[in-house]
Design a protein around this ligand. Structure first.
Ligand SMILES: [Zn+2]
Ligand SMILES: [Zn+2]
Length: 355
């Protein structure tokens, strides 16, 4: 299975890093809960990497196409494509037998990120759009309808919400030791997510794509509401925790409520908007479970409505069939010329065409 390939590649690289003498000197490792969302986010919390993947969903395959639609410096784009290829999201394919140049194509794992993008997009469409409405309208070829993606239970195909799901430790539960540099790594400047075409996925990631913010939201879904508890669960420095909590309150994802007067103490609860991130969260978690967990899923999910264990699937609200990138068409609710969007080389090849 390709899922194993990615996990194995990673552990090989990790082993290589561990054996490097430079790394060993003075590196204190940090214990962190195994979490497929965090693993997925390690890829998407890099705004450039995210944008490159998004353009691939819009049909980009060639270096110059990525570069012109995103306006990235060559060195940055080269580095990101290389990293995403190592991470198993892209594979390289020669233009032709005689050419040295390569196309970058999404692998199976890369294409499988599509439902996560759809779930993030739905959130952005619901909460973060201006008066002109969502930037894209989706048409599902399978039923030929304008549709909205819905995160559903794989067993009963009904929509899932946080309240109707119970969690338990899965086979991959537990903690791993990671290098603190990975935790400390700053996410790229969040405004970078907004480069290129308008996108509800970008709008969403601009708010939550920071690794700590996302982990705080995850803990909120798992029931942590208080500063001390969040700090204990995440092993996060208090100044960073305060900063991220304040930001999440400002953006309307968390609400701050006093629960004690002397001394004054506050707790943080997900707002309706915050709760609506649930679909995106479990969809990304499922991707990480499929492609990045060596020991099986860290968390098992049970849908209370049908009583079955499930994996989240993103389905069409009209025909209830799972949504795949090659089944979708788009209508742009903006003029692509305004954003320097190039012609797609082979419309429809990835199943993605700009209408
Ligand atoms: Zn169900
Ligand atoms: Zn449909």
């Amino acid at each position: 299975m390709r899922a194993e390939t990615i996990a194995k590649q990673r552990s090989r690289r990790a082993a290589a890093k561990r054996s490097s003498p430079k790394r060993q000197a003075g590196s204190q490792r940090v214990r962190e809960r195994n979490c497929s969302v965090a693993r997925t986010l390690d890829i998407l919390s890099d705004a450039w990497a995210f944008l490159v993947i998004r353009e691939a969903f819009f049909g980009a395959k060639r270096f110059e196409t990525f570069r012109s639609s995103l306006g990235l410096p060559r060195a940055t784009l080269t580095e990101r494509l290389k990293r995403l290829t190592e991470q198993g999201i892209f594979r390289q394919e020669r233009y032709s037998e005689t050419s040295q140049r390569v196309d970058y194509r999404l692998t199976e794992a890369g294409l499988d990120l599509y439902p996560s993008f759809m779930a993030l997009m739905q959130f952005g469409d619901r909460w973060l759009v201006g008066p002109k409405g969502p930037p894209l309208r989706l048409i599902h070829n399978t039923c030929n309808s304008m549709c909205h993606p819905v995160v559903a239970c794989s067993a009963c195909l009904e929509e899932v919400t946080a309240r109707r799901v119970t969690y338990r430790d899965g086979p991959g539960a537990g903690f791993s030791y990671i290098h603190p540099a990975r935790r400390a790594r700053r996410s790229s400047d969040p405004s970078q997510y907004l480069r290129g075409r308008p996108s509800s996925v970008s709008n969403t990631l601009q708010m939550i794509g920071d690794r700590w913010s996302f982990l705080i939201i995850r803990e909120a879904f798992l029931g942590s509401r208080r500063f001390d508890r969040l700090q204990a669960e995440l092993k996060i420095a208090s100044n960073i925790l305060s900063d991220r909590l304040a930001r999440l309150v400002t953006t309307g994802i968390l609400a701050r409520r006093r629960y004690q007067n002397q001394p004054e103490r506050f707790e943080y609860r997900l707002t309706d908007m915050g709760k609506d991130l649930y679909g995106a969260l479990i969809t990304m978690m499922a991707w990480g479970d499929r492609w990045l967990s060596r020991d099986g899923p860290p968390i098992g999910l049970t849908h209370r409505d049908c009583g079955k264990d499930f994996t989240p699937v993103v389905i069409c609200d009209r025909c209830h069939k799972p949504i795949r990138s090659h089944h979708m068409r788009y209508q742009l609710n903006y003029d692509p010329q305004d954003f320097g969007a190039p012609e797609v080389e082979h419309p429809g090849n990835t199943g993605v065409s700009s209408a």
